[in-house]
Design a protein around this ligand. Structure first.
Ligand SMILES: *Cc1c(COP(=O)(O)O)cnc(C)c1O
Length: 234
């Protein structure tokens, strides 16, 4: 058994247990394996274990791996997206999790229209109001959704957040709870072209809490692939 295989089996048990605690069906939660900085061989290992959803935070890395992985898998862009890079990924992602401005959405609309495809996105929230984080505030959310919903080549599928980095996952429970409230609030408004299906929250340290609070996608990297080693910048 490889490390990745072992790690995935542990994660699977923990996801199932969290679903059971919350009275939710296991099928309600999709695991996104976050493969950023990891080689294609690691992705292939995970594919052998049945994983088909992969998350990357950089456009270049996503498109490189998109070309190298031959098994059909779904790619999720989970990191900040610059407008000048949009053209490289349209048509290659199952879901863009990190849309946080109307300007970015307008760029996605333009490129998706050129390629004659529909792009599924999530709106990223900075739920704890951290200065260092991308994402919109809960106050800005509805107005932004209404503007983006007017774009014909974009479908808004839900919300995403990167919760604060904490040691004790309980500290993030209020954030996750708030996300779910916003999610349900937007859903109840039945805005045209907006389907609140996906609530993307929870990472290696706090995914069980996120599932208990309603996450439908969890994005897990380190606990599957091990610690990330970033090259030294001189
Ligand atoms: C890296 C990353 C993750 C995964 O983080 P881990 O703590 O390694 O599980 C999830 N979401 C986003 C947006 C990330 O950039």
């Amino acid at each position: 058994m490889t490390d990745i295989e072992y790690n995935l089996s542990v994660i699977e048990d923990r996801i199932a247990a969290a679903c059971a605690r919350a009275g939710r069906a296991r099928e309600e939660v999709t695991l996104i394996a976050v493969s950023k900085t990891k080689p294609v061989s690691a992705i292939e290992d995970a594919i052998r274990c049945g994983i088909r959803e992969f998350g990357e935070n950089k456009v270049q890395e996503l498109t490189d791996k998109y070309d190298q992985v031959t098994v059909p898998v779904n790619w999720h862009l989970i990191g900040h997206l610059q407008r000048n890079k949009v053209k490289y990924i349209i048509g290659k992602t199952r879901l863009i999790h990190s849309v946080d401005s109307v300007r970015l959405a307008a760029q996605i609309e333009e490129e998706a229209a050129k390629k004659d495809c529909i792009c599924d996105i999530l709106i990223e929230l900075n739920i704890a109001g951290e200065e260092s984080k991308f994402g919109v505030t809960s106050e800005e959310l509805e107005a932004m959704i209404r503007e983006i919903a007017a774009f014909p080549h974009i479908r808004i599928k839900g919300l995403m957040t990167v919760a604060p980095f904490v040691e004790n996952p309980e500290e993030n429970r209020p954030c996750f709870c708030k996300m779910r409230e916003l999610f349900l609030d937007i859903k109840s408004k039945n805005i045209d072209n907006v389907s609140m299906e996906t609530l993307s929250m929870g990472m290696s340290k706090d995914f069980e809490t996120a599932i208990e609070e309603g996450a439908t996608m969890v994005r897990i990297g380190t606990s599957i692939f091990g610690e990330r080693i970033y090259p030294q910048k001189n």
